[in-house]
Structure formats: C-alpha cells, structure tokens
Ligand binder design. Structure first.
Ligand code: HEM
Length: 159
C-alpha cells in the first residue's frame, strides 16, 4: 500500500547523519556564545558607564548575541526538532527513552539562560546593569553544567 511516506523513509538513513552534523555544528557555535557572553559581562562591570571601553563592550555583546548566538540557537533547535521527528531513528521522540526528555529539560535551561543574557545585554546597553561582577562569574558556570548533562544524556543515553 503506497501511503506516500516511503520516499522520506528511504531518505532518512542518508539524511540523518547530515542533520546530526548540522545540529552539532550549530550547538558548538551557540555554546561558544553562551560561555563567552557572561565573560564579557564580567569585564564590562569594571568599565565606567560612557567610557570608550564600555561602548566597545556594548558593540561586542550585541554582535555576539545577534549575529552568532541567535542564528546558532535557531539552527540547533530547528535541526534538533527535525531529528526528533524522524521515525525509525534513535531520537524519534514518541519512542525515545528518558534520556531525550531529560536532555530537552536541560536544553530548556539553556534557552532560559540565552533569554536572560539578552536581557542583561540590554541593561548594559542602557548603562543600567544592576548586577555585581560576582553574579556574572556564577552565571558563567550554568551553561557549562547544563551542557555536560546534555552531552552525557544524548551520547551515553544512560536511561
Ligand atoms: C531543542 C533542542 C534540541 C533537540 C530537539 C535535540 C535533539 C537531538 C536528537 C534527536 C539527536 C540525535 C540523537 C541520536 O541520534 O543518538 C541529537 C544529537 C545530539 N545533540 Fe541535540 N538536541 C537539542 C539541543 C542540543 C543541545 C543544546 C546540545 C548541546 C549543548 C545538543 C547536543 C547534541 C549532540 C552532541 C548530539 C550527537 C549525539 C551523538 O551522535 O551521539 N543538542 N540531538
């Protein structure tokens, strides 16, 4: 019985590794931004409002978040979304183990961190950052811990 899905099913074994490669490439770019932007905030705390150094940090923070982190996040989620919707593959959501749900919970944590960083970036841009340097040093560790959990869940698939 021809239901029209066969052509796609035939393509999946060829497509899947390429989709996963695109996914991991985007993940690397997104993680680079999630780890570097809080570091810029740490140094920005030392730059007096209105100073040339503070204005330079504003440009760096804007370009990193708008031109690298945002597109990388969208491709990570887009490719990931495709990966979970391909029947017969390890990541097919309806049949995946607890590892994928735990991974997605940690990914939700990274998305929240991304949105918070955009808010902190905007506060610096208006010279209205309320947080001390120590706050950003601690926040800098959160994406690292989430990333370690995500990679263990998706590579080891412990449960
Ligand atoms: C909504 C976001 C995401 C979704 C839906 C998603 C989904 C998936 C799926 C279904 C796979 C294929 C698993 C397999 O074939 O074994 C995969 C692979 C992978 N994902 Fe994600 N992912 C997302 C975000 C992330 C993030 C944020 C990271 C890292 C911080 C990440 C790291 C990886 C890695 C390293 C692989 C390759 C695993 C392997 O080949 O063994 N993913 N992802």
């Amino acid at each position: 019985m021809m239901d029209g899905s066969q052509p796609i099913a035939l393509l999946v074994p060829t497509l899947y590794p390429w989709l996963k490669a695109l996914h991991v490439i985007a993940v690397i770019a997104w993680m680079a931004g999630l780890l570097y932007l809080p570091r810029l905030f740490v140094y920005h705390c030392d730059a007096p409002a209105g100073s040339a150094q503070s204005e330079t940090f504003k440009v760096m923070e804007w370009k990193l978040s708008r031109y690298i982190m945002r597109p990388a996040m969208l491709v990570t989620v887009g490719a990931g979304g495709l990966l979970v919707s391909l029947p017969g593959t390890p990541g097919y959501l309806p049949q995946a183990g607890a590892w994928l749900w735990l991974k997605l919970a940690f990914v939700a944590g990274l998305l929240v961190m991304h949105l918070l960083m955009v808010r902190w970036r905007d506060a610096f841009a208006k010279d209205r950052n309320p947080h001390p340097q120590r706050f950003f040093r601690i926040m800098n560790e959160v994406p690292t811990l989430l990333m370690i959990g995500i990679v263990v869940f998706v590579v080891v698939k412990p449960f």
